[in-house]
Design a protein. Structure first.
Ligand code: HEC
Length: 194
């Protein structure tokens, strides 16, 4: 009772003023939160621009010669399937090829900075990732010709284009091995035998 008595009124103004400094602090916090909300889109803009999948598709024109039009892979797996791979993995591999941390002579020229910039790597990785290939053969209709079926199957699995001649291949391989065993070279500078 004594505390609320007007007799100690001198104390009251002091107590009334006490919360005052807290208000600006709360207001400052509120405006800080508002500022953060306002800045959020700006911060997002500071991140690298989103990948351009159309550009990735364009770049894939070069890669398709080996990896196939839809990144399905080729040559019985010699050119690996890239469709649907993780974008992080694809980017890492392309960077590793470029730095020659992963040696890949067929691809090395295509991954040079001049040919494939950081931005291109992001775009082509995003494009390849976006390709969803079927895992089962489609139901073919009777009126679909062999080429249509072949192209459809290409998306499911790597289809060898010709049977080849195993005996001739074995002979060619033996002669290449004999030649390379007798020819000292450094990596990458070895000419292919005619
Ligand atoms: C001249 C043929 C050729 C071309 C063109 C080519 N590649 Fe390759 N690529 C290969 C071969 C061969 C390999 C497998 C190398 C190995 O086994 O290490 C490979 C491997 C890769 C891999 C690693 C896949 C894995 O599973 O680890 C990626 C990613 C890749 N290529 C992306 C590309 C992209 C993107 C392009 C176009 C810019 C491209 N390649 C163009 C031949 C080629």
């Amino acid at each position: 009772m004594a505390q609320s008595s007007p007799a100690i009124g001198a104390v009251v103004p002091e107590r009334r003023e006490a919360p005052a400094p807290r208000r600006p602090a709360a207001a400052a916090l509120r405006s800080l939160a508002t500022l953060a909300l306002l800045l959020a889109p700006l911060c997002a803009n500071a991140a690298p621009p989103p990948e351009d999948i159309d550009k990735g598709k364009e770049i894939n024109g070069v890669c398709a010669a080996c990896h196939g039009d839809y990144g399905q892979g080729g040559k019985r797996g010699e050119y690996p399937r890239l469709a649907g791979q993780s974008p992080i993995y694809l980017r890492q591999q392309l960077t590793a090829f470029r730095k020659r941390e992963r040696i890949n002579l067929p691809m090395f020229p295509y991954t040079q900075e001049r040919e494939l910039s950081e931005e291109d790597i992001r775009d082509i990785a995003a494009y390849l990732t976006s390709i969803k290939l079927p895992t089962k053969p489609p139901e073919f209709r009777d009126d679909e010709d062999a080429l249509t079926r072949l192209l459809a199957m290409d998306k499911v699995m790597i289809v060898p284009r010709s049977e080849g001649d195993i005996a001739r291949g074995a002979a060619a391989r033996a002669s290449i091995r004999a030649w390379s065993a007798s020819t000292p070279t450094t990596l990458g500078s070895r000419p292919m035998p005619s």
